[in-house]
Design a protein around this ligand. Structure first.
Ligand code: PRX
Length: 637
């Protein structure tokens, strides 16, 4: 494949950005010409941020899998689409060419149809990182079913919440998943979730770990048996369902500052074009290169940059089942050498964690196939940036620091590898089509350089979320009402003297732990469910490896065992309610929380205490009981 819209110089970038802002319709319309449509659009863009209502390529008909699979059959059918590296390095890797992936997606699409799944149905996917996960996702897209992938680290309760919110009647899962030395019993977690979700009609279970599972008659079927049935039907090639440009492609749940996680909705055409465009330009993909995005498909990064972006670009995408530190901290580097990886796209947390093992795991690793490095998910600190540059990229690979969100579908602010300037810890400049603005607390735009404010975006790009599933008002309130006519990101941001952007972190009550988004309110609700807990307040604090750690202040009045045991019990409760990813790192028992006279918890003070900045607590005289601050400070962990 060639990419006529791949930007090749800083000058070209500047021109593309100007054009995208002055005439977004012809800018994106021209790019869209390079995709496969059943019918072209009547109008490129219609929008307002008031409702919000955002429509890209209205009137167009297409199927995203024809763009990701069918179109490559004429040109690169035998090229690897997915290279899969298993958790255990002794197990053989698997390669699926575009032809093989197409065949398997059609086969599984037929399985879905045989099991009653039709266009518009919601299908929940809860699997480990195996090729069948990619196949399941694409098979849904092929028949127009809406997939909702849930990360394997979420608990039964979290799954049940999501199933109920999406009214998902179909589930695709595995007996279990391998992750490092662990074997996670996925089907058994699903079974617990289904106790409160009687509306689920069918669960399709793929065998991965041979963990014993209970299969309920009439509800649960084996993936392998269902494939066998399709084989005996003669493997009919399932035609791709014709979709409207603005039909839903998927729902992905993400945490916010209040309430339960919300289902971010992305639609077919705009998302496809934006993930492809950003993949090709930011990572500067070249045909036949091997691209390794280390994210899990349970998060947006995996959706956009393991699956849809790379596959629509005819790239070879490497999918890894395991974790960077198992069986040892050289695993990523072994994979890079084994598969001659050219592009490595990972999270700062992974880099910091690998850094902590020193340079020994890098001995005898060549890493000479690497050409581009990338990071995503959280701010990267200088030290980690330089380590990545020096020891992994050998100072020869451009590093792209890509800022974006579940809601944005794809990268919004990032340098383009080797094409636009990089600056350590800076996401740098907006992609074409993206107009960042910084605003002060009153919503006034802060102009000029060398300033900081809250980061908003002025106009829609094709990958922007369209709604939050089942609750459009929540979407409006969360993203489009804080500052009128702007999309509010929830992030704080600095624009330096050169006009480069540096994301400084969330300004709302959302934590970013190891690049995973977790709402403080969610964690508090989970802690408060523990018997004996009266009240709690959760804040983030700087954590050397995870970026942010979770610090919980808890008022406990239950029967007093020793503190350490209660801490473990509370942690177990959080694990049970949300999942192991939300476990607090520190739990401090307190007698009271700093509240204003109106009863609001002053989190700013708690944050400062957790950060160890006692001298910067600020004015505490407006508190209901200022003495409580002293007590809390003294008990800091
Ligand atoms: O705070 C920003 C941070 O991650 C948040 C989005 O999280 P999520 O929706 O889970 O998506 C993560 C993967 C795209 C943002 O609001 N974030 C993401 N990328 C960066 C970042 N912070 C700093 N630098 C980044 N490159």
């Amino acid at each position: 494949m060639s990419y006529p819209y791949q930007i090749k110089s800083f000058q070209e970038y500047k021109e593309a950005w100007e054009k995208s802002v002055n005439d977004p319709e012809s800018f994106w319309g021209e790019i869209a010409e390079h995709f496969i449509w059943r019918k072209k659009w009547d109008k490129v863009l219609e929008w307002n941020f008031k409702e919000p209502s955002i429509k890209w390529f209205q009137g167009a008909k297409l199927n995203i899998t024809e763009n990701c699979l069918d179109r490559h059959l004429k040109t690169i059918a035998d090229q690897p689409a997915i290279i899969w590296e298993p958790n255990d390095p002794h197990e053989h890797h698997r390669t699926l060419s575009y032809k093989q992936l197409h065949f398997k997606v059609c086969q599984f699409a037929q399985v879905l149809k045989n099991n009653g799944v039709t266009k518009g149905d919601r299908v929940c996917i809860y699997m480990g990182m195996i090729p069948e996960l990619a196949i399941a996702v694409l098979a849904c897209a092929r028949i127009g079913a809406i997939h909702s992938v849930i990360f394997g680290g979420f608990s039964a309760q979290s799954i049940a919440d999501r199933l109920q919110d999406a009214k998902a009647e179909y589930i695709i899962t595995c007996d279990g998943a391998f992750r490092g030395g662990k074997d996670i019993p996925l089907k058994s977690v699903i079974d617990d979730a289904l106790v409160v979700c009687p509306f689920v009609k069918r669960t399709i279970v793929y065998t991965r770990t041979r963990t014993p599972v209970s299969m309920i008659k009439g509800r649960d079927v084996w993936w392998e048996d269902e494939i066998y049935k399709v084989e005996t039907m003669g493997n009919p090639a399932v035609a791709a369902e014709e979709m409207d440009a603005e039909d839903m492609l998927f729902i992905l749940y993400t945490s916010g500052s209040t309430g339960k996680p919300k289902g971010v909705v992305h639609t077919v055409a705009g998302y496809m074009i934006y993930t492809n465009y950003s993949f090709v330009n930011v990572l500067q993909y070249r045909p036949r290169e091997v691209h390794f995005c280390t994210a899990d498909i349970g998060w947006i990064t995996g959706h956009s940059y393991i699956l849809y972006g790379p596959l629509s670009a005819g790239a070879t995408s490497l999918m890894f089942e395991g974790i960077p530190t198992w069986p040892d901290a050289g695993r990523f580097w072994d994979i890079v050498d084994k598969h001659k990886v050219n592009i490595l796209y990972t999270a700062p947390t992974a880099i910091r964690s690998l850094m902590s093992y020193g340079l020994a795991p890098l001995e005898n690793k060549k890493l000479d196939s690497l050409r581009v490095l990338g990071t995503v998910g959280e701010p990267i600190n200088e030290e980690a940036w330089h380590w990545y540059d020096e020891h992994i990229g050998k100072k020869k690979c451009p590093i792209v620091d890509t800022w974006w969100q579940t809601e944005t579908g794809g990268m919004l602010i990032s340098n383009m590898a080797g094409v636009t300037p990089a600056k350590p810890t800076f996401a740098t400049l907006p992609l074409p089509g993206v107009q960042p603005v910084l605003v002060d607390e009153n919503g006034n735009e802060i102009e000029g350089n060398g300033v900081s404010g809250n980061l908003c975006i002025k106009a829609p790009w094709p990958g922007i979320l369209r709604t939050t599933y089942g609750d459009h008002e929540r979407c409006r309130k969360t993203y489009f009402s804080t500052y009128p006519d702007l999309y509010f990101t929830g992030d704080g941001c600095l624009r330096d003297e050169d006009g480069f952007y540096r994301i400084t972190g969330r300004v709302d009550d959302v934590l970013n732990v190891s690049g995973h988004r977790i709402g403080t309110a969610e964690v508090e609700n989970a802690i408060n469910m523990h018997a004996g807990v009266v009240e709690s307040a959760v804040v983030g604090y700087p954590h050397e490896i995870k970026g942010q750690g979770i610090y919980a202040y808890v008022i406990y009045s239950g029967k007093h065992h020793e503190d350490e045991l209660i801490r473990k019990d509370i942690t177990a409760t959080v694990s049970r309610i949300i999942g192991p990813i939300a476990k607090p790192d520190k739990i401090q028992f307190v007698s009271g929380l700093p509240k204003t006279r109106s009863g609001k918890i002053m989190r700013r003070i708690l944050r400062k205490i957790a950060e160890g900045e006692m001298e910067k607590l600020g004015d505490t005289t407006t508190l209901l009981d200022p003495a409580v601050v002293d007590d809390i400070s003294k008990g800091k962990l």
